[in-house]
Design a binder for this molecule. Structure first.
Ligand code: NAD
Length: 370
């Protein structure tokens, strides 16, 4: 496989650079011990980009992101930039990346590590061993549909309107990602909508079923209403493998699923764009958490969400499943050994810094590959 896997690293603001540093150490380890080379280049996004260039993302960095095989992003934002005009805010940089890279599929795994099972607000027997993937459509639906806006009616009252709209290609391409994911997992997909009350939901259901019958006959597909899915996620989340759903329901259900795992510092994500003629997809990998200004610069942040995002990059952009497994196993073993950053500390565990957690992961990687 090509030696130069081009990765654009956008560490961003707050704890972004601190957690990204640990990824760099693991990437160096991979180069030395697994002969896996990455061509990592750095760019600026968010508040740091605004400080340097007066904009949260320059056109050049945007082009670098489009040209890269994958983008790794830390986090953006912080109180220092909260009062900037809307188009200068750090978050605009992130939104532009998602939009211009056409990242339509957002993958949010919810995995419960045995050692952290008590961090969930649900009973341990309900979440122990949980490993599900929520796939949210990210560029369509009610957040983007037209018409939208607020108008004043002749009688002086006001009317707010948003439009839920999906087309066959939009549904098909995200469903296809869902089926492909399921192929690598337990071969089970739940497609979630509100076909009982929404025409766009009826279309969603029909198109997903059609695609399954045409191209993915070996996948077990079930349809579920979004309200029932929310209930089932807290009643019996282990019934799911891959959930594929629209932008609005995915927004809500992925946050709900995230909390089954109990810890923001542990949650990775991936966002994928359309495949080109060679099957290469634009892709961005980032932790779910933000820039955590309250702990930034203190070497306290949990780097595991960022490291698990790096593992997702190995798996989904570069087909390096074995190497992704290695990182995930080392995270699991380190947690089992009782080493914790402050956010996931429990009684009788050792509280360590960001850097020390990185040291522990590297030691575990050495052990696993000895
Ligand atoms: P946040 O995720 O940054 O922090 C919420 C809480 O969780 C804080 O107490 C923080 O210390 C803690 N936390 C988060 N990540 C952690 C980690 N890895 N290790 C240990 N503790 C961690 O959310 P917020 O406080 O609402 O937002 C702070 C800033 O981040 C804002 O400017 C917001 O706009 C931005 N933000 C950015 C992203 C992103 O870049 N994708 C996402 C959410 C928020």
């Amino acid at each position: 496989m090509a030696a130069n896997r081009k990765v654009l690293v956008l560490a961003g603001d707050g704890i972004g650079p601190e957690v990204m540093r640990q990824v760099r150490r693991v990437a160096d380890w991979m180069a030395k011990r697994r002969s896996l080379s990455f061509d990592l280049s750095d760019g600026l996004v968010g508040g740091v980009a605004y400080e340097a260039h007066g904009t949260p993302l320059t056109d050049e960095t945007m082009q670098d992101a489009i040209d890269a095989d994958a983008v790794l992003l830390g986090a953006v934002g912080g109180p220092r930039w909260d009062n900037l005009p809307f188009d200068k805010k750090p978050e605009r940089g992130l939104l532009r990346l998602r939009k211009d890279m056409e990242l339509f599929a957002n993958l949010r795994p919810a995995t419960v590590f045995d050692a952290l099972v008590d961090a969930s607000s649900l009973k341990s027997e309900i979440v122990r061993g949980l490993d599900i993937m929520i796939l949210r459509e990210l560029t369509g639906g009610v957040y983007f549909g037209e018409p939208r806006g607020i108008t004043t009616l002749p009688d002086g009252t006001r009317r707010g309107i948003n439009t839920q709209v999906y087309t066959t290609p939009e549904i098909e391409r995200v469903a296809r990602v869902g089926f492909e994911l399921a192929k690598k997992r337990a071969k089970k997909v739940h497609s979630v909508e509100k076909a009982n009350v929404m025409e766009s939901g009826v279309l969603w259901r029909e198109e997903v079923q059609k695609l399954r019958d045409k191209d993915f006959k070996d996948i077990d597909l079930q349809h579920m209403y979004a309200d029932n899915c929310a209930m089932q996620l807290v009643r019996n989340p282990k019934q799911f493998d891959v959930i594929v759903t629209d932008n609005l329901f995915g927004d809500i259900l992925s946050d709900c699923a995230a909390m089954l795992t109990g810890s923001l510092g542990m949650l990775p994500s991936a966002s994928l764009g359309p495949a080109d003629a060679n099957g290469r997809r634009r892709a961005m990998y980032e932790p779910v958490h933000g820039s955590a200004p309250d702990i930034a610069g203190k070497d306290m942040a949990n780097p595991l969400a960022m490291l698990l995002s790096f593992a997702m990059m190995l798996r989904y952009s570069f087909d390096l499943d074995e190497d992704a497994d290695l990182i995930e196993r080392s995270v699991k073993n380190v947690l089992n050994s009782g080493i914790r950053t402050a956010d996931i500390q429990q009684p009788n565990t050792a509280r360590v810094s960001t850097t020390t957690m990185g040291d522990a992961i590297l030691r575990e990687l050495d052990k696993l590959s000895a």
